[in-house]
Structures are given as C-alpha cells and as structure tokens.
Design a protein around this ligand. Structure first.
Ligand SMILES: N[C@@H](CCC(=O)N[C@@H](CS)C(=O)NCC(=O)O)C(=O)O
Length: 121
C-alpha cells in the first residue's frame, strides 16, 4: 500500500505516515474504513512557505492528507484548477469535496472553530 502513495520526497512520505490514517488514504474504499473522516487533499509547490504552514496545522491535528506537488504543472495542476478554477496560488486545500482555499483560509477556519467539525474531529 505504501508503494502506491504519490509522495515523491522522504519528507512527504514522513508527513503522510504521521498517522495510521495515511496508510489508508490512498486505498479504494478508504472512506468506509475511515468513516467520518473526509479525505484531505493539498496541492503544493516546492519551497512554498504557505504550503509548509498549512501542512503543519494538519499534522499538528494528526490529520492525514494527500499532497500533490504541482511545481512542474502537469495533470495534477489541471485537476487543481478544475476543482478550484479561480485558484492563483498554492496551497489549495480540499476537505472531501469542500474547497477550503489556501493557508490563510485554513487558519481562519481554525480561528473560527470551524476546522475540526469540517475535518470530522
Ligand atoms: N494567501 C495565500 C498565499 C499563498 C501564496 O502566496 N502562495 C505562493 C507560493 S508560497 C504562490 O502560490 N505564488 C504564486 C505561484 O507560485 O504561482 C495563502 O494563504 O495560501
């Protein structure tokens, strides 16, 4: 299962393995296994401090997420833009089908006490 993860660098592999949830995240039907915990996707670029900050909050909460590095463009960048057509920056964060937005949006939800319910925590 770990071999199927889309992470490219050791840091990303480490981030994904912070919790056991990470191992299930990429598996078909994981929504059933992890009932009540929507899948979290984050589109990032290399060297992006906002991406690092957003991931740090998710990691602090023990939330598994799947990271897509769109530094070089490609199909995942197109997927990001299809899911968030107005997106001009990274990160772009999705909780299930809900488009959270960027890092500032993630922290704003946290400050408003709305992030945990969205994450199913
Ligand atoms: N307010 C945004 C700022 C994000 C931001 O400025 N990201 C930079 C990278 S760190 C970006 O995407 N710049 C444009 C680009 O790289 O194409 C957030 O909180 O996510």
């Amino acid at each position: 299962m770990i071999a199927r993860l889309k992470f490219k660098t050791p840091m990303r592999i480490f981030a994904c393995m912070q919790t056991a949830k990470g191992a299930f995240q990429d598996a078909p039907g994981h929504e059933d296994i992890m009932a009540g915990t929507p899948k979290v996707d984050i589109y990032t670029k290399w060297g992006c401090p906002f991406c690092v900050r957003a991931k740090a909050l998710l990691e602090k909460k023990g939330v598994a997420f799947e990271e897509f590095d769109v530094t070089m463009g490609g199909p995942k960048k197109q997927e990001m833009l299809a899911r968030a057509p107005a997106a001009m920056t990274v990160p772009q964060i999705f909780v299930g089908e809900t488009h959270v937005g960027g890092c500032d949006d993630l922290y704003a939800l946290e400050s408003a006490g709305k992030l945990d319910p969205l994450l199913g925590l």
